[in-house]
Write a protein that binds this ligand. Structure first.
Ligand SMILES: C[S@@+](CC[C@H](N)C(=O)[O-])C[C@H]1O[C@@H](n2cnc3c(N)ncnc32)[C@H](O)[C@@H]1O
Length: 206
């Protein structure tokens, strides 16, 4: 099966991406909706979530991605691999993650990962960056009492900016980490490590 071809970047501020999604009904997408939920935001082709879902059948994995063809392909691969604990949603997380998660039960979201979000280097494109205060508040609202958020990037100024937004939220506490706590690396992480470039990581808990 050839790789699905997509644009390298899409502008999350473009009218096409400013849509209001239907709230996710986890009882319709997971075989056991009561399992702890891991949300991977900006999951691209979703290979991290797929491998994690294979390794941890006692958790559910939800990948959120703005490039719709990757979502369709991810859900196809979940079906082909009989992964009843894996699902992907087409969503502009910066704009409407709150709507997607509106009906999420209060006691399921235990882990959030945000890995190598697009940096949008130019100052005039800063509003296109994924993390803002509203997104962080949405995560805090849905995270369980012991829930954790893991963020990583290879872009130094973006690390500073994103970690700063999380640090500014008084409901979150930063936990010191020295390495990636997950046993699976994302495609971007593998590419960065192959070039031996630095990776900036942070973890927050409620
Ligand atoms: C550089 S890629 C990293 C992909 C993957 N997390 C990894 O580490 O390999 C960033 C991903 O975030 C997605 N993305 C960017 N803005 C988004 C948004 N507002 N909502 C959801 N996904 C977004 C992009 O389409 C892309 O797939």
């Amino acid at each position: 099966m050839p790789r699905v071809r997509v644009h390298q970047h899409v502008n999350p501020l473009a009218p096409f991406y400013r849509f209001t999604p239907q709230p996710i009904e986890i009882e319709k997408v997971f075989a056991d909706p009561g399992l702890p939920l891991h949300l991977d935001i900006g999951c691209a082709r979703g290979r991290f979530a797929l491998k994690m879902a294979q390794m941890f059948p006692e958790q559910n994995f939800l990948g959120v991605e703005i490039r719709e063809p990757l979502v369709a392909e991810g859900n196809r691969l979940a079906r082909v691999n009989n992964l009843v604990n894996l699902h992907y949603e087409f969503n502009n997380a910066t704009y409407a993650l709150d709507k997607l998660l509106e009906n999420l039960p209060a006691d399921v979201l235990h882990t959030v990962t945000i890995q190598f979000p697009d940096p949008w280097y130019k100052k005039k494109h800063a509003k296109r960056r994924m993390i803002n205060g509203t997104l962080v508040e949405t995560l805090v609202e849905h995270l369980t009492a012991t829930g954790k958020i893991f963020i990583q990037t290879d872009v130094d100024f973006l690390a500073e900016e994103m970690f700063g937004i999380f640090r500014n939220n008084s409901s979150l506490r930063e936990i010191e980490i020295s390495e990636n706590p997950f046993p699976v690396k994302t495609e971007r992480e593998i590419a960065v490590e192959e070039k031996a470039l630095p990776i900036y990581r942070a973890m927050f808990e409620k």
